[in-house]
Design a protein around this ligand. Sequence first.
Ligand SMILES: [Zn+2]
Length: 567
Amino acid sequence: MRIARCAPAALRATVLAAVVAAPFAAPASLAAQESSHGRNGLDVTNYALTLDLPDTGATIRGRAVLTIARSSHADTLRLDLIALHVDSVLVNDRATTFVRDDTSIRIPLPAGGNDTLAVAVRYAGAPSDGLIIRTDSTGRWTAFGDNWPQRARYWIPSIDEPGDKATVTWTVVAPSNRRVVANGELLEETPLTDSAAPVAMAGGMTATTERAPRTLTRWRESRPIPPYLMVIAAAPLAYYDLGRSACGRSDFGGCVRQSVYVLPEDLPFLPGPFAQADDIVNWFSRLVAPFPYEKLAHLQSLTRFGGMENATAIFYNNESFRRRTLSVGTVAHETAHQWFGDAVTEETFADLWLSEGFATYWAMLWTQHAQGDSAFRAGMAAMRREIIASPVTVARAVRDTVETDYLKLLNSNSYQKGGWVLHMLRAELGDSAFFRGVRAYYLAHRNGNARTDDLRAALEHASGKPLGWFFDQWVKRPGFAELTTSWRYEPATHRVILEIDQGSRFPPYRFPLTVQVRDAAGRSSRTTVQVRPERSQHITLPLRLDAAPASLRLDPDVTLLASFTER
Ligand SMILES: [Zn+2]
């Protein structure tokens, strides 16, 4: 597959075009916690995951202890786990019979309700997906988690839904010549010496001493994240320090430690596209809110995507390091996801644009910050061309409740059009209300989940404007404005009459339209008019002109998602 989840080929081209066009120059609220939903009133709040990785081959042994908040009287827990052998299940430390099928484990629960349960699953096998285990051409064994959208279930017993977020502790025993990196903060890196054999592991497993020297590594992510972001890397990775960013603007106090983990032969690539990683985190933490996590690591990995925004441990595709093609635009996109997608997670994949649209637009905002307005406008114009050319835009709404193959949601609706929706909201509301509303949305749903209507409500509150009409036409139905226009000058009134027809493919749109008028001497003036959702209309521009204009330019700031045809 060549899907690049977080930097589709078209979008990478966009970012490159923009670069060419302009030379380089608080603690979570209770409400946020409650917005996540489990399964039948069973909500995983913590995963304690212990993995024993092999020297060779793909067979892993694991123990998962799930802390589950039961808000119902549910008597059965269904966990997702594909194919791997389940050795035993304990509920509150008592061995329990369970029903295993190819994709799930059904676990009977003791009678009760509104309580907390500890469910421990001991399992083993060779994951066919999710944890990607490979030996490279030089014989190095590596393993990388790659879970989106629902592939955590290939190696983690879980409620594998974006709406069930949880904290996670990783305890990984692996050969000492592989570095283990995971979500959150590093708690421990302990060599297990031969003399200590057999070594008791956290989950009660033992590590034998017949293998190469081994090391126990523990990481802890103390903020709830969805299973699709829970990953480890185990590979002979070299560490490259990017220093400290956003000092005073981290949810954990102090600064955000940034680093890159790469295969040793690719160290000469660095800092490469990470030279501006510091600037990116600084800028986003000012624009939105303090950085939400313990650290930010960037890793060369075996993700199938161009980049994958795993919380605190962004995985980039191996090839983009080897070929030196990884772009700063991809780094900005994945970094933006730490706020949008990771800290605030779409409740279901129907709202994927709340993750991808934000990351796409925030990467463009970084372009605007770093390279200026003309690069930004060129990038937005290129994205608009991609949206208009895409068959998906015509067929489906951005908020796509129809598609069940989530990989197909990695399309121009979720990315480019989602980004454009935010761009138009910013134009509609103005910078002040737009960013105030986005911050309020972020803070209300941080460490929880959100839906499209949550964003609408936050922006309505910030701006005092009802936005149901906006979301209906831009997010909840397919299409874009198709405009055919003409104009004429009326000498008697000194006015220009603009005629606008909206095509019949989509219902007509309502939008503000900026018009720039240029006279024969090259002087320009501009005005913004409100276009009604009607098939055909005449609008008299509120500009008094002494003579017929030399030209009219529509949407000079590139803030309207429309195709323009002059009659
Ligand atoms: Zn993305």
